[in-house]
Design a protein around this ligand. Structure first.
Ligand SMILES: Nc1nc2c(ncn2[C@@H]2O[C@H](COP(=O)(O)OP(=O)(O)O)[C@@H](O)[C@H]2O)c(=O)[nH]1
Ligand SMILES: [Mg+2]
Length: 486
Protein backbone atom coordinates (compact mmCIF):
# COMPACT_ATOMS: atom_id res chain seq x y z
CA UNK A 1 0.00 0.00 0.00
CA UNK A 2 1.36 3.40 -0.95
CA UNK A 3 0.68 4.83 2.47
CA UNK A 4 3.12 2.44 4.14
CA UNK A 5 6.17 3.58 2.17
CA UNK A 6 8.44 5.94 4.12
CA UNK A 7 8.29 9.35 2.52
CA UNK A 8 9.99 12.62 3.37
CA UNK A 9 7.73 15.60 3.37
CA UNK A 10 9.10 19.12 3.41
CA UNK A 11 7.32 22.34 4.22
CA UNK A 12 7.92 25.88 5.32
CA UNK A 13 6.71 25.18 8.84
CA UNK A 14 6.39 22.18 11.09
CA UNK A 15 2.64 22.70 11.20
CA UNK A 16 2.40 22.52 7.42
CA UNK A 17 4.60 19.46 7.30
CA UNK A 18 2.48 17.76 9.93
CA UNK A 19 -0.72 18.61 8.13
CA UNK A 20 0.71 17.09 5.00
CA UNK A 21 1.84 13.95 6.86
CA UNK A 22 -1.61 13.55 8.30
CA UNK A 23 -3.16 14.12 4.95
CA UNK A 24 -0.90 11.59 3.25
CA UNK A 25 -0.79 8.80 5.81
CA UNK A 26 -3.87 9.38 7.91
CA UNK A 27 -4.09 9.95 11.66
CA UNK A 28 -1.99 6.89 12.55
CA UNK A 29 1.01 7.98 10.54
CA UNK A 30 4.31 6.73 11.92
CA UNK A 31 6.82 9.55 12.14
CA UNK A 32 10.27 8.22 11.48
CA UNK A 33 12.37 11.34 11.48
CA UNK A 34 12.05 15.10 11.76
CA UNK A 35 14.53 17.82 11.14
CA UNK A 36 14.84 21.46 10.24
CA UNK A 37 17.33 22.51 7.59
CA UNK A 38 18.32 25.82 6.14
CA UNK A 39 17.61 26.04 2.41
CA UNK A 40 18.63 28.61 -0.16
CA UNK A 41 20.69 31.72 0.61
CA UNK A 42 24.38 32.15 0.07
CA UNK A 43 27.35 32.17 2.40
CA UNK A 44 25.12 31.79 5.38
CA UNK A 45 23.01 34.76 4.46
CA UNK A 46 19.37 34.53 3.55
CA UNK A 47 17.65 31.23 2.92
CA UNK A 48 14.85 29.88 5.02
CA UNK A 49 14.10 27.04 7.33
CA UNK A 50 12.62 23.94 5.77
CA UNK A 51 10.94 21.41 8.00
CA UNK A 52 11.22 17.78 7.01
CA UNK A 53 9.26 14.87 8.31
CA UNK A 54 9.93 11.34 7.17
CA UNK A 55 6.85 9.27 7.81
CA UNK A 56 5.11 6.12 6.76
CA UNK A 57 1.56 4.83 6.97
CA UNK A 58 0.67 2.43 9.77
CA UNK A 59 -0.76 0.03 7.25
CA UNK A 60 -4.25 0.42 8.65
CA UNK A 61 -5.14 3.49 6.66
CA UNK A 62 -5.01 3.66 2.95
CA UNK A 63 -3.36 6.77 1.66
CA UNK A 64 -5.97 9.26 0.47
CA UNK A 65 -6.22 10.32 -3.13
CA UNK A 66 -3.25 12.51 -4.02
CA UNK A 67 -3.81 16.25 -3.87
CA UNK A 68 -2.43 18.91 -6.07
CA UNK A 69 0.23 21.20 -4.64
CA UNK A 70 -2.35 23.98 -4.46
CA UNK A 71 -4.75 21.81 -2.52
CA UNK A 72 -2.06 20.93 -0.07
CA UNK A 73 -1.10 24.56 0.47
CA UNK A 74 -4.71 25.57 0.83
CA UNK A 75 -5.40 22.88 3.38
CA UNK A 76 -2.28 23.64 5.37
CA UNK A 77 -3.05 27.36 5.35
CA UNK A 78 -6.66 26.80 6.28
CA UNK A 79 -5.67 24.58 9.16
CA UNK A 80 -3.70 27.43 10.66
CA UNK A 81 -5.74 30.42 9.57
CA UNK A 82 -9.14 29.08 10.51
CA UNK A 83 -8.18 28.72 14.11
CA UNK A 84 -6.20 31.87 14.72
CA UNK A 85 -7.12 34.91 12.77
CA UNK A 86 -4.35 36.84 14.49
CA UNK A 87 -2.03 35.17 12.07
CA UNK A 88 -3.78 36.62 9.08
CA UNK A 89 -1.41 39.00 7.36
CA UNK A 90 -2.25 42.61 7.69
CA UNK A 91 -3.47 44.56 4.77
CA UNK A 92 -4.72 48.06 4.32
CA UNK A 93 -7.19 47.94 1.51
CA UNK A 94 -6.27 51.29 0.11
CA UNK A 95 -4.43 52.91 -2.71
CA UNK A 96 -1.76 52.07 -3.38
CA UNK A 97 -2.07 48.63 -1.86
CA UNK A 98 0.81 48.55 0.63
CA UNK A 99 3.54 46.21 -0.49
CA UNK A 100 4.39 43.30 1.66
CA UNK A 101 7.85 43.39 2.99
CA UNK A 102 8.66 40.03 1.48
CA UNK A 103 6.74 37.13 0.05
CA UNK A 104 4.60 35.46 2.65
CA UNK A 105 5.49 31.89 3.38
CA UNK A 106 1.95 30.67 3.69
CA UNK A 107 0.90 29.34 7.03
CA UNK A 108 4.35 29.20 8.55
CA UNK A 109 4.39 29.80 12.25
CA UNK A 110 7.11 32.33 13.04
CA UNK A 111 10.10 30.54 14.47
CA UNK A 112 9.87 32.23 17.83
CA UNK A 113 6.17 31.48 18.07
CA UNK A 114 6.85 27.81 17.80
CA UNK A 115 6.74 26.09 21.15
CA UNK A 116 9.91 26.62 23.05
CA UNK A 117 9.11 24.16 25.79
CA UNK A 118 9.76 21.30 23.44
CA UNK A 119 13.40 22.19 23.35
CA UNK A 120 13.71 21.30 26.96
CA UNK A 121 11.95 17.99 26.45
CA UNK A 122 13.73 16.57 23.44
CA UNK A 123 14.85 19.05 20.87
CA UNK A 124 15.22 18.26 17.21
CA UNK A 125 18.16 20.62 16.71
CA UNK A 126 18.09 22.33 13.35
CA UNK A 127 20.96 21.45 11.11
CA UNK A 128 22.60 24.11 9.02
CA UNK A 129 22.53 22.17 5.83
CA UNK A 130 22.96 25.18 3.57
CA UNK A 131 23.37 22.96 0.55
CA UNK A 132 19.88 21.60 1.05
CA UNK A 133 17.74 21.97 -2.04
CA UNK A 134 14.78 24.34 -2.11
CA UNK A 135 11.80 22.72 -0.49
CA UNK A 136 9.72 20.50 -2.66
CA UNK A 137 6.67 19.11 -1.07
CA UNK A 138 7.68 15.52 -1.35
CA UNK A 139 10.80 13.54 -1.97
CA UNK A 140 11.45 9.99 -3.11
CA UNK A 141 11.51 7.49 -0.24
CA UNK A 142 14.90 7.06 1.31
CA UNK A 143 15.82 3.39 1.09
CA UNK A 144 17.61 3.44 4.43
CA UNK A 145 14.72 4.95 6.34
CA UNK A 146 13.78 2.30 8.86
CA UNK A 147 10.34 1.30 9.92
CA UNK A 148 10.27 2.23 13.60
CA UNK A 149 9.99 -0.39 16.28
CA UNK A 150 8.53 1.62 19.13
CA UNK A 151 10.07 0.78 22.49
CA UNK A 152 8.31 0.87 25.76
CA UNK A 153 11.17 2.42 27.71
CA UNK A 154 12.92 5.21 25.91
CA UNK A 155 13.93 7.63 28.64
CA UNK A 156 16.90 9.48 27.23
CA UNK A 157 19.93 9.89 29.50
CA UNK A 158 20.70 13.20 27.86
CA UNK A 159 19.14 15.37 25.18
CA UNK A 160 19.48 13.75 21.79
CA UNK A 161 21.93 15.10 19.28
CA UNK A 162 21.08 16.24 15.81
CA UNK A 163 18.59 14.10 13.98
CA UNK A 164 21.05 12.48 11.63
CA UNK A 165 20.50 8.98 10.37
CA UNK A 166 21.39 6.46 13.07
CA UNK A 167 24.65 4.58 12.69
CA UNK A 168 24.61 2.38 15.77
CA UNK A 169 22.61 -0.70 16.63
CA UNK A 170 18.95 -1.26 15.93
CA UNK A 171 18.18 -0.73 19.63
CA UNK A 172 19.90 2.63 19.66
CA UNK A 173 18.12 3.57 16.51
CA UNK A 174 14.75 2.59 17.90
CA UNK A 175 15.45 4.54 21.08
CA UNK A 176 16.37 7.58 19.10
CA UNK A 177 13.23 7.31 17.02
CA UNK A 178 11.20 7.00 20.18
CA UNK A 179 12.76 10.16 21.56
CA UNK A 180 12.06 12.02 18.37
CA UNK A 181 8.51 10.81 18.45
CA UNK A 182 8.13 12.09 21.99
CA UNK A 183 9.58 15.39 20.89
CA UNK A 184 7.27 15.56 17.96
CA UNK A 185 4.25 14.77 20.08
CA UNK A 186 5.16 17.66 22.33
CA UNK A 187 5.48 19.94 19.34
CA UNK A 188 2.20 18.83 17.87
CA UNK A 189 0.43 19.42 21.16
CA UNK A 190 1.91 22.89 21.42
CA UNK A 191 1.01 23.76 17.85
CA UNK A 192 -2.52 22.48 18.35
CA UNK A 193 -2.87 24.60 21.45
CA UNK A 194 -1.67 27.67 19.62
CA UNK A 195 -3.65 27.21 16.49
CA UNK A 196 -6.84 26.49 18.40
CA UNK A 197 -6.35 29.86 20.09
CA UNK A 198 -6.29 28.09 23.43
CA UNK A 199 -6.56 31.16 25.59
CA UNK A 200 -6.20 28.97 28.64
CA UNK A 201 -2.54 28.51 27.77
CA UNK A 202 -2.01 32.15 26.92
CA UNK A 203 0.96 33.77 28.55
CA UNK A 204 0.11 36.85 30.59
CA UNK A 205 0.33 39.84 28.27
CA UNK A 206 3.24 42.08 28.94
CA UNK A 207 3.01 45.76 29.47
CA UNK A 208 2.60 47.63 26.22
CA UNK A 209 1.17 44.65 24.38
CA UNK A 210 -2.49 45.36 24.36
CA UNK A 211 -4.02 42.21 22.95
CA UNK A 212 -4.62 39.75 25.74
CA UNK A 213 -5.14 36.95 23.20
CA UNK A 214 -1.45 36.90 22.37
CA UNK A 215 -0.60 33.21 22.54
CA UNK A 216 3.10 33.50 23.23
CA UNK A 217 5.52 36.23 24.12
CA UNK A 218 7.49 37.98 21.41
CA UNK A 219 11.17 38.88 21.77
CA UNK A 220 11.98 41.62 24.24
CA UNK A 221 13.18 44.10 21.62
CA UNK A 222 9.91 43.67 19.73
CA UNK A 223 8.05 44.13 23.01
CA UNK A 224 9.94 47.38 23.57
CA UNK A 225 8.97 48.52 20.13
CA UNK A 226 5.34 47.70 20.92
CA UNK A 227 5.51 49.83 24.05
CA UNK A 228 6.95 52.73 22.09
CA UNK A 229 4.19 52.49 19.51
CA UNK A 230 1.58 52.23 22.26
CA UNK A 231 2.94 55.44 23.82
CA UNK A 232 2.28 57.10 20.48
CA UNK A 233 -1.34 55.90 20.63
CA UNK A 234 -0.90 53.51 17.73
CA UNK A 235 -3.96 51.26 17.55
CA UNK A 236 -3.36 48.02 19.52
CA UNK A 237 -4.34 45.77 16.61
CA UNK A 238 -1.86 47.55 14.36
CA UNK A 239 0.90 47.17 16.95
CA UNK A 240 0.22 43.49 17.18
CA UNK A 241 0.25 43.04 13.42
CA UNK A 242 3.54 44.87 13.19
CA UNK A 243 5.07 42.81 15.98
CA UNK A 244 4.04 39.60 14.31
CA UNK A 245 5.37 40.75 10.97
CA UNK A 246 8.72 41.66 12.53
CA UNK A 247 8.93 38.42 14.50
CA UNK A 248 8.25 36.37 11.41
CA UNK A 249 10.60 38.35 9.23
CA UNK A 250 13.63 38.41 11.52
CA UNK A 251 15.44 35.48 13.08
CA UNK A 252 15.55 35.37 16.90
CA UNK A 253 19.12 36.66 16.92
CA UNK A 254 18.21 39.50 14.55
CA UNK A 255 15.33 40.33 16.87
CA UNK A 256 17.87 41.04 19.60
CA UNK A 257 19.27 43.89 17.50
CA UNK A 258 17.26 46.99 18.43
CA UNK A 259 18.48 48.93 15.41
CA UNK A 260 17.46 46.20 13.02
CA UNK A 261 14.07 45.86 14.71
CA UNK A 262 13.58 49.60 14.42
CA UNK A 263 14.61 49.70 10.77
CA UNK A 264 12.30 46.80 9.97
CA UNK A 265 9.46 48.46 11.84
CA UNK A 266 10.09 51.74 10.02
CA UNK A 267 9.85 49.99 6.68
CA UNK A 268 6.73 48.04 7.61
CA UNK A 269 5.03 51.15 8.96
CA UNK A 270 5.99 53.18 5.90
CA UNK A 271 4.49 50.51 3.69
CA UNK A 272 1.18 51.01 5.44
CA UNK A 273 1.01 54.76 4.90
CA UNK A 274 0.17 55.94 1.40
CA UNK A 275 1.15 59.56 0.85
CA UNK A 276 1.62 62.13 -1.90
CA UNK A 277 5.36 61.52 -1.58
CA UNK A 278 6.04 64.86 0.01
CA UNK A 279 5.01 66.82 -3.04
CA UNK A 280 3.50 70.20 -2.33
CA UNK A 281 3.40 71.12 -5.96
CA UNK A 282 1.78 68.38 -8.02
CA UNK A 283 0.19 67.86 -11.38
CA UNK A 284 -0.17 69.96 -14.49
CA UNK A 285 -1.13 73.64 -14.37
CA UNK A 286 -3.45 75.09 -13.51
CA UNK A 287 -3.80 72.98 -10.43
CA UNK A 288 -6.97 73.57 -8.44
CA UNK A 289 -6.84 72.41 -4.86
CA UNK A 290 -9.90 72.51 -2.57
CA UNK A 291 -9.66 72.07 1.18
CA UNK A 292 -12.74 70.70 2.90
CA UNK A 293 -13.51 69.69 6.46
CA UNK A 294 -15.20 70.72 9.70
CA UNK A 295 -14.90 74.22 11.17
CA UNK A 296 -11.80 75.02 13.12
CA UNK A 297 -9.60 72.18 11.87
CA UNK A 298 -7.20 74.59 10.17
CA UNK A 299 -8.35 74.82 6.55
CA UNK A 300 -7.75 78.54 6.13
CA UNK A 301 -4.44 78.51 7.98
CA UNK A 302 -3.28 75.54 5.92
CA UNK A 303 -4.23 77.34 2.71
CA UNK A 304 -2.11 80.30 3.80
CA UNK A 305 0.82 77.97 4.53
CA UNK A 306 0.48 76.19 1.20
CA UNK A 307 0.06 79.36 -0.79
CA UNK A 308 3.07 81.00 0.84
CA UNK A 309 5.28 77.95 0.22
CA UNK A 310 4.16 77.61 -3.37
CA UNK A 311 4.76 81.27 -4.10
CA UNK A 312 7.85 81.99 -2.05
CA UNK A 313 9.75 78.69 -2.31
CA UNK A 314 8.53 77.28 -5.60
CA UNK A 315 7.95 80.54 -7.46
CA UNK A 316 4.44 79.53 -8.48
CA UNK A 317 1.71 81.96 -9.46
CA UNK A 318 -0.93 81.31 -6.83
CA UNK A 319 -4.48 82.63 -6.51
CA UNK A 320 -7.09 82.06 -3.83
CA UNK A 321 -10.85 81.61 -3.87
CA UNK A 322 -13.00 81.48 -0.79
CA UNK A 323 -16.48 80.08 -0.79
CA UNK A 324 -16.74 80.49 2.96
CA UNK A 325 -18.99 83.50 3.30
CA UNK A 326 -21.11 82.11 6.10
CA UNK A 327 -18.90 83.83 8.61
CA UNK A 328 -17.64 87.30 7.81
CA UNK A 329 -14.50 86.64 9.81
CA UNK A 330 -13.67 83.61 7.67
CA UNK A 331 -13.28 85.57 4.43
CA UNK A 332 -11.52 88.36 6.29
CA UNK A 333 -9.03 85.92 7.75
CA UNK A 334 -8.07 84.70 4.29
CA UNK A 335 -7.89 88.26 2.96
CA UNK A 336 -5.32 89.17 5.59
CA UNK A 337 -3.15 86.24 4.54
CA UNK A 338 -3.66 87.02 0.84
CA UNK A 339 -2.56 90.62 1.41
CA UNK A 340 0.52 89.65 3.40
CA UNK A 341 1.65 87.06 0.88
CA UNK A 342 0.58 89.21 -2.08
CA UNK A 343 -2.01 86.97 -3.71
CA UNK A 344 -5.27 87.68 -5.54
CA UNK A 345 -8.35 86.51 -3.64
CA UNK A 346 -11.86 86.10 -5.00
CA UNK A 347 -14.71 85.92 -2.50
CA UNK A 348 -17.66 84.00 -3.95
CA UNK A 349 -21.10 83.33 -2.56
CA UNK A 350 -22.62 80.87 -5.03
CA UNK A 351 -21.31 77.76 -6.83
CA UNK A 352 -21.56 79.39 -10.31
CA UNK A 353 -19.57 82.36 -9.07
CA UNK A 354 -16.90 80.06 -7.71
CA UNK A 355 -16.78 78.17 -11.02
CA UNK A 356 -16.30 81.44 -12.91
CA UNK A 357 -13.54 82.56 -10.55
CA UNK A 358 -11.76 79.25 -11.01
CA UNK A 359 -11.99 79.60 -14.76
CA UNK A 360 -10.64 83.13 -14.83
CA UNK A 361 -7.88 82.67 -12.27
CA UNK A 362 -6.86 79.38 -13.87
CA UNK A 363 -5.97 81.20 -17.06
CA UNK A 364 -3.36 83.36 -15.42
CA UNK A 365 -2.17 81.29 -12.44
CA UNK A 366 -0.43 77.96 -11.87
CA UNK A 367 -2.22 77.01 -8.69
CA UNK A 368 -5.67 78.03 -7.45
CA UNK A 369 -6.53 77.12 -3.87
CA UNK A 370 -10.16 77.06 -2.79
CA UNK A 371 -11.28 77.58 0.81
CA UNK A 372 -14.66 76.10 1.74
CA UNK A 373 -17.04 76.62 4.63
CA UNK A 374 -16.65 74.26 7.56
CA UNK A 375 -19.48 71.82 7.90
CA UNK A 376 -20.59 69.88 10.88
CA UNK A 377 -20.36 66.22 10.03
CA UNK A 378 -23.86 65.83 11.44
CA UNK A 379 -25.35 68.25 8.94
CA UNK A 380 -25.89 66.22 5.77
CA UNK A 381 -27.74 69.06 4.02
CA UNK A 382 -24.80 71.40 4.42
CA UNK A 383 -22.42 68.76 3.19
CA UNK A 384 -24.59 68.41 0.09
CA UNK A 385 -24.23 72.17 -0.44
CA UNK A 386 -20.50 71.73 -0.20
CA UNK A 387 -20.70 68.94 -2.76
CA UNK A 388 -22.49 71.40 -5.08
CA UNK A 389 -19.71 73.94 -4.70
CA UNK A 390 -17.13 71.28 -5.54
CA UNK A 391 -19.15 70.07 -8.50
CA UNK A 392 -19.06 73.60 -9.89
CA UNK A 393 -15.39 74.28 -9.14
CA UNK A 394 -14.15 70.87 -10.33
CA UNK A 395 -10.98 70.80 -8.24
CA UNK A 396 -8.09 68.53 -9.18
CA UNK A 397 -7.47 67.73 -5.54
CA UNK A 398 -10.05 67.45 -2.77
CA UNK A 399 -8.18 67.38 0.50
CA UNK A 400 -10.06 66.55 3.66
CA UNK A 401 -8.54 68.44 6.57
CA UNK A 402 -8.87 66.62 9.89
CA UNK A 403 -7.43 67.56 13.22
CA UNK A 404 -5.04 64.87 14.46
CA UNK A 405 -5.86 66.04 17.97
CA UNK A 406 -9.33 64.54 17.72
CA UNK A 407 -8.06 60.96 17.23
CA UNK A 408 -8.64 58.28 14.63
CA UNK A 409 -12.24 57.52 15.48
CA UNK A 410 -13.40 61.12 15.08
CA UNK A 411 -11.41 61.39 11.85
CA UNK A 412 -13.14 58.30 10.58
CA UNK A 413 -16.57 59.80 11.37
CA UNK A 414 -15.67 63.01 9.56
CA UNK A 415 -14.49 61.03 6.56
CA UNK A 416 -17.78 59.11 6.46
CA UNK A 417 -19.80 62.30 6.72
CA UNK A 418 -17.83 63.91 3.90
CA UNK A 419 -18.26 60.98 1.53
CA UNK A 420 -20.58 63.07 -0.67
CA UNK A 421 -17.72 65.52 -1.23
CA UNK A 422 -15.42 62.75 -2.51
CA UNK A 423 -12.23 63.54 -0.62
CA UNK A 424 -9.16 62.07 -2.28
CA UNK A 425 -6.52 62.74 0.32
CA UNK A 426 -6.05 63.72 3.95
CA UNK A 427 -4.38 66.72 5.47
CA UNK A 428 -3.73 65.85 9.09
CA UNK A 429 -3.65 69.15 10.93
CA UNK A 430 -2.60 69.96 14.49
CA UNK A 431 -0.29 67.00 14.83
CA UNK A 432 1.46 69.08 17.49
CA UNK A 433 -1.69 68.78 19.60
CA UNK A 434 -2.26 65.07 19.00
CA UNK A 435 -1.77 62.71 21.94
CA UNK A 436 0.58 60.65 19.76
CA UNK A 437 1.78 60.28 16.20
CA UNK A 438 0.16 56.84 16.02
CA UNK A 439 -3.00 58.70 15.02
CA UNK A 440 -1.46 58.87 11.54
CA UNK A 441 -1.65 55.09 11.16
CA UNK A 442 -5.07 55.03 12.75
CA UNK A 443 -6.39 57.69 10.37
CA UNK A 444 -4.96 56.01 7.29
CA UNK A 445 -6.30 52.60 8.21
CA UNK A 446 -9.74 53.93 8.99
CA UNK A 447 -10.19 56.29 6.06
CA UNK A 448 -8.09 54.49 3.43
CA UNK A 449 -7.02 57.93 2.23
CA UNK A 450 -3.43 58.84 1.44
CA UNK A 451 -1.90 61.64 3.46
CA UNK A 452 -1.05 64.73 1.48
CA UNK A 453 0.36 66.99 4.18
CA UNK A 454 0.66 67.25 7.90
CA UNK A 455 0.54 70.51 9.80
CA UNK A 456 2.36 70.92 13.04
CA UNK A 457 1.60 74.35 14.46
CA UNK A 458 0.14 77.78 13.86
CA UNK A 459 3.14 79.35 12.18
CA UNK A 460 2.56 80.39 8.57
CA UNK A 461 4.22 79.13 6.42
CA UNK A 462 6.63 76.95 8.40
CA UNK A 463 4.34 74.48 10.14
CA UNK A 464 3.40 72.32 7.18
CA UNK A 465 5.13 69.34 5.61
CA UNK A 466 4.50 67.36 2.49
CA UNK A 467 4.08 63.86 3.87
CA UNK A 468 6.32 60.96 2.89
CA UNK A 469 5.77 57.45 4.12
CA UNK A 470 9.28 57.29 5.57
CA UNK A 471 9.06 60.59 7.44
CA UNK A 472 5.69 59.67 8.91
CA UNK A 473 7.02 56.27 9.99
CA UNK A 474 9.89 58.06 11.75
CA UNK A 475 7.42 60.35 13.47
CA UNK A 476 5.39 57.39 14.68
CA UNK A 477 8.45 55.55 15.98
CA UNK A 478 10.10 58.53 17.66
CA UNK A 479 7.17 60.71 18.59
CA UNK A 480 6.57 64.24 17.52
CA UNK A 481 8.80 65.91 20.11
CA UNK A 482 11.82 63.66 19.58
CA UNK A 483 11.72 63.84 15.82
CA UNK A 484 11.46 67.63 15.96
CA UNK A 485 14.63 67.79 18.04
CA UNK A 486 16.58 65.71 15.50
N1 LIG B 1 -1.75 73.87 17.10
C1 LIG B 1 -2.10 74.06 15.83
N2 LIG B 1 -3.07 74.92 15.54
C2 LIG B 1 -3.43 75.10 14.26
C3 LIG B 1 -2.85 74.36 13.22
N3 LIG B 1 -3.44 74.72 12.06
C4 LIG B 1 -4.35 75.66 12.37
N4 LIG B 1 -4.35 75.90 13.70
C5 LIG B 1 -5.18 76.83 14.44
O1 LIG B 1 -6.52 76.36 14.44
C6 LIG B 1 -7.41 77.45 14.51
C7 LIG B 1 -8.45 77.32 13.42
O2 LIG B 1 -7.80 77.45 12.18
P1 LIG B 1 -8.57 77.86 10.84
O3 LIG B 1 -7.56 77.84 9.78
O4 LIG B 1 -9.33 79.11 11.03
O5 LIG B 1 -9.57 76.63 10.72
P2 LIG B 1 -10.77 76.46 9.65
O6 LIG B 1 -12.02 76.84 10.36
O7 LIG B 1 -10.76 75.02 9.33
O8 LIG B 1 -10.48 77.32 8.49
C8 LIG B 1 -6.55 78.69 14.38
O9 LIG B 1 -6.35 79.22 15.66
C9 LIG B 1 -5.25 78.19 13.82
O10 LIG B 1 -4.15 79.00 14.19
C10 LIG B 1 -1.81 73.41 13.56
O11 LIG B 1 -1.26 72.69 12.74
N5 LIG B 1 -1.50 73.28 14.88
MG1 LIG C 1 -11.63 78.82 7.60
Amino acid sequence: MAGTQPTTIKAGSMAEALAEVKRTFGPDAVIIRTRCVRAGGALGVGGRDVYEITAAGSGEHAAPAPMTADERMTRASAAMASTDDDFSPFSVATFPEPRRSKPQTGAGVPEELLPKKRVAVAPPPPTTDRAAPPPSKREAPKPEAPRPEPQKQAAPKKAPRALTPPTTSDDDRAAEIERELASLRGMVEEIMKQTKGASSTTAAPREGVPNSRRPVAVPESVERLGRRLAEQQTPPATIEELQRAIASELTPSECADDDLVRATAARLIAERIPTSDGKIDTGPDPRVIALIGPTGVGKTTTIAKLAALLKLRHGRRVALITTDTYRIAAAEQLRVYADIIGLPLRVTTRPEEAARAREELGRTHDVVIVDTPGRSQRDARRIDELANILAAVQPDERRLVCSAATGGEAISRVNDAYAAAWPDGLILSKLDEAPGAGVILDAVERTKLPIAYITTGQEVPDDIEGATSASLAGLILDGFETSRRR
